[in-house]
Design a protein around this ligand. Structure first.
Ligand SMILES: Nc1ncnc2c1ncn2[C@@H]1O[C@H](COP(=O)(O)OP(=O)(O)OP(=O)(O)O)[C@@H](O)[C@H]1O
Length: 247
């Protein structure tokens, strides 16, 4: 089966440890796909492989039908794969608007490319609606370093969207957020346009079930199960894996 992203037989070893051992993962256009599993299962390693920061010893990664295995993270971002990190990566001294403008600049096509400042103006046009989409209009002029942790997370997602991604890789987006911030984040992620597919790594299963339509469970670097949230919720194999050890 082919999809927007198709990873086949991916293996990563650290010395004698198999962090990933022949993992397959297929994500379709607009899909909400979650990756779960006990600590050390290989979830972050797989995100790193898809984002391009870890090169697997074996296996292929195709995106939109093309082999992207040799591409660096920045080249993958240009093709439409964007990663949100556990610690929000924003420019603290720039305002929220300026952060989104900086993120948008490489991707905007000005209507009059010869016009001085045309690219910047096009990026500024994009920033307002994206900040609005992420509930940040009221803090658009606030330096990112002064924003609450949850707002910085929302800003990082606005910045990722400015790159017009087709696939967002979300690494534990709820980590460190308060209950209120988590609730807001879930609403914002649920409202993301279907033009963007999402791969979510998350320990909180309530969030996983609220946000995903497909769940893949890793354990010891291998795929233990894959299915709908209902299938995974009721799977005895998955229950056992979690009983054996999860955060
Ligand atoms: N750079 C590295 N060097 C050596 N071992 C590593 C490295 N990165 C990951 N590992 C090991 O690979 C295995 C998988 O790690 P990974 O971080 O992908 O798991 P995870 O499922 O994301 O875990 P967690 O839920 O705890 O974040 C673990 O045993 C980990 O210790």
């Amino acid at each position: 089966m082919t999809g927007l992203l198709d990873a086949q037989e991916v293996s990563v070893r650290y010395g004698s440890l198999a962090a990933l051992d022949g993992v397959n993962l297929c994500i379709h256009d607009g899909q909400r796909h979650a990756l779960i599993g006990p600590n050390g299962a290989g979830k972050t390693t797989l995100l790193n492989v898809l984002g391009g920061s870890t090169k697997p010893q074996r296996g292929t990664v195709r995106f939109d039908g093309r082999d992207i295995g040799r591409l660096a993270p920045a080249a993958r971002a240009r093709r439409g794969i964007n990663r949100i990190h556990q610690r929000p990566a924003v420019f603290p001294t720039l305002t929220a608007t300026e952060n989104v403008v900086v993120a948008a600049l490489p991707r905007v096509i000005p209507r009059r490319p010869w016009w001085p400042g045309g690219r910047r103006r096009a990026a500024q046009h994009l920033a307002g609606p994206l900040l609005d989409q992420m509930g940040l209009t009221a803090v658009a002029a606030v330096p990112a370093g002064h924003l609450a942790h949850g707002q910085r997370r929302q800003l990082e997602i606005a910045m990722a969207l400015a790159g017009r991604p087709r696939l967002l890789l979300l690494d534990e987006p709820a980590a460190g957020l308060s209950a209120i911030e988590v609730g807001r984040l879930v609403e914002l992620l649920q409202a993301l346009p279907r033009a963007v597919a999402v791969l979510l790594v998350e320990h909180r299963l309530d969030l996983v079930y609220a946000l995903s339509d497909t769940v893949t469970v890793l354990r010891d670097g291998q795929t233990l199960a894959a299915g709908t949230p209902d299938e995974i919720r009721t799977s005895p194999l998955v229950r056992q894996a979690y009983a054996d050890g999860v955060a």
